[in-house]
Design a protein around this ligand. Structure first.
Ligand code: SAH
Length: 264
């Protein structure tokens, strides 16, 4: 049982761990999409990602998860990772030297083409397009902030890309990291059973998805649209497309504008 996490594609990267230790993990994982997460709360992973399709894919080795416990890179007896903001103000800031040590250790075993990303409310808003791009790469190294966030110099030093999960402030980057991994991992080959289900869903072609229905076809007097019961696949496709366009126009004028202007 002791090597269960390993057999499930999970591994902790410690300051003392040599790159060779990681190379020696199951050879079939060497090709798996590699997620690295630098965090003060490694116990939060895989979290929700250990369930359902993403959890199954993790066990099957379609992706692997390496947590990098930031605390273990801390300074001194108390493993300090943070200090007060220079210039004053509330809260604490994650130290650049401690974060740099964690980043360097993680990157030593990461593919070079895997981006280094800091989850941050100041970043570029995360989109389906970014998930699609990430899924094409060999993996990603994600940095979860806490407190007031990271010292600016470490962001510049490593040329870190900042990505936001939305215009609100969370207490840490762990939930955003899991959101980002969920959106990415489900696009990896073989993770979703039905390959078509990523082709037609929201954002795949710049539109929100059409309404979905299932049985019973009459529920509390609410009937499923007739066309969906017609068996006429051409008409069904046309209806769905119309619905998707109308819904996008009504709810998301920003997406609608982009959709109308694409490839023109
Ligand atoms: N003082 C910072 C917020 C820090 S919140 C500011 O005002 O910009 C603490 C950590 O939570 C951040 O370092 C970041 O990693 C994470 N976080 C909070 N909100 C987030 C969001 N909307 N998207 C991504 N990460 C977020």
């Amino acid at each position: 049982m002791s090597n269960t996490p390993k057999s499930h594609g999970r591994k902790t990267i410690r300051p003392t761990l040599k790159p060779r230790d990681l190379m020696e993990q199951a050879p079939e994982l060497a090709r798996a999409w590699r997620a690295q997460v630098i965090t003060l709360f490694p116990e939060a992973f895989p979290g929700i990602l250990g369930l359902s399709l993403t959890g199954k894919a993790l066990k099957e080795g379609r992706w692997q998860l390496q947590t990098v416990p930031l605390r273990e890179f801390g300074e001194g007896k108390h493993r300090n990772v943070d200090d007060t903001p220079t210039g004053g103000g509330a809260g604490m800031v994650l130290r650049p030297d401690v974060m740099a040590a964690a980043i360097e250790t993680a990157r030593a075993t990461q593919h070079r083409a895997a981006p280094l990303i800091y989850l941050s409310p100041r970043g570029r808003p995360f989109t389906q397009g970014m998930a699609r791009d990430l899924a094409q790469r060999p993996g990603a190294t994600l940095i979860c902030g806490r407190f007031e966030g990271l010292d600016q110099r470490v962001i510049e030093q490593f040329n870190i890309t900042e990505v936001s999960m939305g215009d609100y402030v969370l207490t840490g980057g762990e939930l955003p990291a899991q959101v980002m991994l969920d959106a990415t991992v489900r696009l990896l080959p073989g993770v979703l059973g039905n390959a078509e289900s990523t082709e037609e869903e929201s954002f795949s072609d710049g539109l929100l998805e059409h309404p979905q229905y299932t049985r019973p076809s009459d529920w509390h007097g609410r009937k499923v649209p007739d066309v969906l019961l017609s068996g006429n696949h051409g008409e069904i496709a046309k209806w769905r497309r119309q619905q998707a366009e109308a819904l996008t126009q009504e709810r998301r004028p920003d997406l609608w504008e982009a959709f109308k202007n694409r490839d023109t």
